[in-house]
Each structure stands twice: as structure tokens, then as C-alpha cells.
Ligand binder design. Sequence first.
Ligand SMILES: Nc1nc2c(ncn2[C@@H]2O[C@H](COP(=O)(O)OP(=O)(O)OP(=O)(O)O)[C@@H](O)[C@H]2O)c(=O)[nH]1
Ligand SMILES: [Mg+2]
Length: 342
Amino acid sequence: MNPCIVYLAQNTSKDLQYGRDSRSMLEESLDLLFENYNDQFGHDVLIFHEGDFDPISQKEIARGRKEIKFHTLKFELPDFLNPSEIPDKWDGIFGMGYRHMMRFYSLTIFDFLKNQGYDWFIRMDDDSFIHSKIDYNLFEFMAENGFEYGYRVITKEPERTSHGFSEMILAYIKAERIKPHTFLENFDASAKLNNEAFSMKGKIKRKVLSVIDYMATKLNHDLNNWPEPREWNRWTFYTNFLITRIDFWLRPDVQSLLHHFDRVGGGYKYRWGDHILQTAVTQIFLPESKVYKFVDWTYEHATVKNGKLDWGGIYPGKDDEANPAVIDFEKKYGIRKLNSSF
Ligand SMILES: Nc1nc2c(ncn2[C@@H]2O[C@H](COP(=O)(O)OP(=O)(O)OP(=O)(O)O)[C@@H](O)[C@H]2O)c(=O)[nH]1
Ligand SMILES: [Mg+2]
């Protein structure tokens, strides 16, 4: 195996998007990563950046940890998109850099890492923090169990930043005659009926629910009985931590969908994120048995606005509720998590 851990980073104490101290967060994230995991396993840690880490900063960040390697990237709008259709800031908030970041994790990263000779990777962000000791090799664990994609947390994506996405994916898999593994189970085709059934009582209720379940399963898996496109539940992998096998993403059928998504330009035009894409792709092309949810270590990824938790949070590992990071976080924000689950 030749795995690596990747970051995309910014050498600034006030990033353009959120005004956060990205540089300090990166240093803290790396310290926790090495202390709790990488001191033991010594995987390469690749830090991608846009040229803003000069040799001195690189040395300061690496602090002698020879696994840390910097790579410069040049972000550009792809040629096939018409720049006049792309807002400088989506919704007045999400700048070009942020949307280049989403494209990087939706498409470009897989070829890049493959060409560098890597076969697996973990993604970390500068605001991703591993708070408990992980004493087994995460990559070997994945490979030995036949998993291809792993995550720690799921988040409920707002409608506004996924508007039209599920319909686009449905149109694509329908036209391509792809039979998805579990993606369609995330549509509430029977939500209305379910609601009605829940107001019923006892035996009748159970009977109606079981018929609905049976019908939903049958419809969702029969290409000749395509379900009515209803509401997507928008539960998605929170991709600020992920672990995956690179060759999965290079499969021809997966690449076709990644490139289709890229050509639509939804990242730049509609702020469709890499996480909604990665969720759909894994649920279409991988059986559930190849997707793994980690629950055994404490993880933090929180978006804080004006001192208040706005998104994400801290996710205690099983049996790690007393982790000081969890207690501190709760003290600080009065809550552990928002719009997400583990
Ligand atoms: N080089 C570079 N890196 C970026 C840019 N925008 C974001 N990143 C990095 O990409 C990673 C993800 O960005 P975040 O701002 O954390 O994105 P996010 O997780 O969707 O947003 P939050 O949920 O609010 O944290 C972080 O490590 C950022 O530093 C950019 O314009 N340039
Ligand atoms: Mg983040």
C-alpha cells in the first residue's frame, strides 16, 4: 500500500471566506494528527497550496516531520465554462477559491494522487481535528475489510446549496441505465404515505408500513419502474474527513459521472459541493458493505460564526464522551453539534 493524507491549505491568519486563522488551524490540526495517529504510522502528508507557503513557512509548518510535503497548485476556471455565467461570489459569500477547492476534491485530486503513485488517501481540512488516539492503521483496516470509502460524520445539506443536484444525478443514471446501489433509498418516495400511516394505529399501521417498505424497495431497485423523483433527504458525508481507495474514483463509470458533474459546472454556478457528489457516487457505484462509518474516535469540524456554532461540531468516539476536548467544546458553545450526525 502507498497511502497518504492530504490537506488543501492557506497561509493566512484571516482567510477570504470566513476570516479564520487558517495557518494556526492547520498547525493545530497537524499536531493532533501526528500526536494521535501519524507519529505511529508515518504516512506521507501532502499539503496542497496556491504558492503562499514559501520555503520558510514550509519549514515552520513541517517542524522536522519528514512526512510533510508541500505541493503547489494553480487553480483555474475550466475552459468549457463561460466566465460571464460564473458569479465572483456565489450568494455573495462563496468566492472562487472556495469553489476551486470543491472542484479539486470532486475531480482533480484522484488523477493527481494516482500519478504520484498513491493508492489510498485521507482528506483532512485545516479545521479537521482528531482528538483521540487511533492505534490501528486506518488504511490497512479499510483494505482488510474490503471497504472503499470511509467517513466519520454525516451532515444534512441545505436545499439551497444542492438545488437541482439530485434531479441532475437521477437524469444521468436514468439515461445511462445505471442501477444504483443505495442512492434511491434516500428519496422519500413514500414520505407522504408514511406520514399518513404513522397516524394510524397498531396492527393496521404495521401492515401499511410493511407494504410501503416492500413497495419502496421494489420500486427503488427496478429500472422498469423508476420512482417518481421526490425529495432527496440530502444526508451527505461530511467530507472534511474521508478515507478512500483511489482506483475506485478512476473506474470508467465513476469517471464518466465525475466529468458529467464537472461539465455541468454546478460547483461554480450553484455551489454544489464535493460532499454531495461523493455521497451520490458512492451510493450509486458501491454496495453498502464497502462504505464504512468510523465511530471509535473523537472528531471535530465546526463552523463558528460570531462565537456561535453555525454548522458541524464535535463528535465523541464511542466510549470517549469524557474526552476533555468534548467537555471544553460543550462548555464553549453550549451544544455539541448542529445539522449533522454520527
Ligand atoms: N488554497 C486554498 N485553500 C482553500 C480555499 N478555500 C478553502 N480552502 C481550504 O480547503 C479546506 C476546506 O475549506 P473550508 O473553508 O474548511 O470549507 P468547508 O469545510 O466547506 O467550510 P466549513 O464547513 O465552514 O469549514 C480548508 O483546509 C481550507 O483551508 C482557497 O481559496 N484556497
Ligand atoms: Mg472546513
